[in-house]
Design a protein. Structure first.
Lengths: 230, 230
DNA sequence: ACTAAAATCGAACGTTCGCTCGTTAAAGAG
DNA sequence: CTCTTTAACGAGCGAACGTTCGATTTTAGT
């Protein structure tokens, strides 16, 4: 699997994205017709991600958002009840689709090594396909309130669990060396996150996402595999 | 070298820290007596880092800063000419002392492997000793203006160069495998940064900074060493 | 103790913020 | 076309923002 092949999976998921956001936040949204909500929520999310990536969510004013979306101040507030609520909606929405895709990527039939490759590539390609979302989610996570932050941490631990389970299974089947697998997961994630956090660096190094994937896999295999590759 | 031994190096450097900030920004500071400036700049920096880590620099108001430092609004503005200028001062100051310590840690006599170990540990221990500074610098870097952002990128490339040079030297001496050393540096840095970016995770895993250092070195050695360790 | 310089103070200023609400425009049914 | 529901509008609100500046206090040399 390379990035080009993966892209289609994401695009098809993205369409159901703001639809989920509608059903999830129905009670806070004053507009009734689903088609209108989906259309405008998509505009609002996209604009928020754009401005948020440029100057940060806190520095974005509702007047900025109004101009970018083409909606008036009053219209905006028909789709969310406060600025903070908009942030929460975006974060939840991003987390949910991320987790959904990542969990679906793992299969029982595939061996641990194959599964590890799959989740690494899926994580990486997803962040590449939805770069503004990932960057925004990472950077603005600290601005959430205490409850939402707790949920975000739980989500991260769940997705870490997917990696750790694969590593543990691999150790049992003697495919991987024994290690502190939670720690291994942490450093793998660190490398995965760097792809979208330090985008300018990889652009300057002229490394494609497929090349980065191969490189990461070599690093991980070098550390994890019980029997080193030739 | 473990963290306990390293800490003293940092503490001794930290004292000259706000003194440098004074000489560097003398023209923008209205207060004349160096001793007063050093004392209050230290208070201001510390308070900014504290509030900045809690709610972000942009969300910190000058009234927050006034309360935390115990200085009035007017007094604060005797030490910097604007809020943005305060951010720039903090970032420059942090970058400079970071680079200084990192460059001093490398020695000609030591071999590539030893030097690689040293810079990794130095980077990691420094971030541990000055955690709020590192977190703040990383997270608020995106809020800098275009010129300052460019300088920040140049600084990062310089410090990446320290790592890359060691790796290249190691390849020439056949201590390290041939690789894309710039890319190796990038992923090493990603893992180093994760220590202070995802502090809660490592706390939850109950991993000390010394243990993390050893773990990182094993990952890097597994990937870089020409002749695998026993 | 006196005084000039240095440092600190905090009310006040103009601007911008998130958000509301009375009003207007658009959509849809009969 | 009419009437009712739904969506969009944007001027205006009070609060909070960064910043200033004349008044006040502290410091230090004599």
């Amino acid at each position: 699997m390379n990035f080009e092949e993966f892209k289609e999976i994401v695009v098809s998921h993205a369409k159901s994205n703001s639809q989920d956001a509608f059903t999830e936040n129905r009670k806070d949204i004053r507009v009734k017709k689903e088609k209108t909500v989906v259309k405008n929520l998509e505009r609002i999310f996209e604009a928020t991600l754009k401005i948020g990536n440029e100057k940060g969510f806190h520095a974005m004013s509702m007047r900025d958002l109004s101009e970018e979306t083409g909606l008036s101040m009053g219209a905006l507030y028909a789709y969310f009840k406060s600025k903070e609520n908009l942030l929460v909606m975006l974060q939840r929405n991003g987390r949910d689709s991320f987790q959904q895709i990542l969990e679906q990527s793992v299969t029982e039939e595939a061996g641990p090594l194959e599964n590890l490759k799959i989740v690494i590539k899926t994580h990486l390609f997803m962040s590449e396909a939805m770069l503004p979302r990932f960057y925004f989610t990472y950077m603005e996570g600290k601005n959430l309130n205490k409850d939402e932050k707790k949920i975000a941490v739980e989500h991260e631990m769940t997705s870490d669990g997917i990696f750790t389970d694969i590593l543990k299974q691999g150790e049992k089947l003697q495919v991987f060396k024994p290690h502190n697998h939670e720690l291994t997961t942490a450093v793998i994630k660190a490398m995965l996150n760097d792809w979208y956090l330090k985008r300018w660096k990889y652009a300057k190094l002229n490394v494609s996402v497929d090349e980065y994937a191969e490189y990461l896999l070599r690093v991980v295999e070098g550390f994890c595999l019980a029997q080193p590759q030739p």
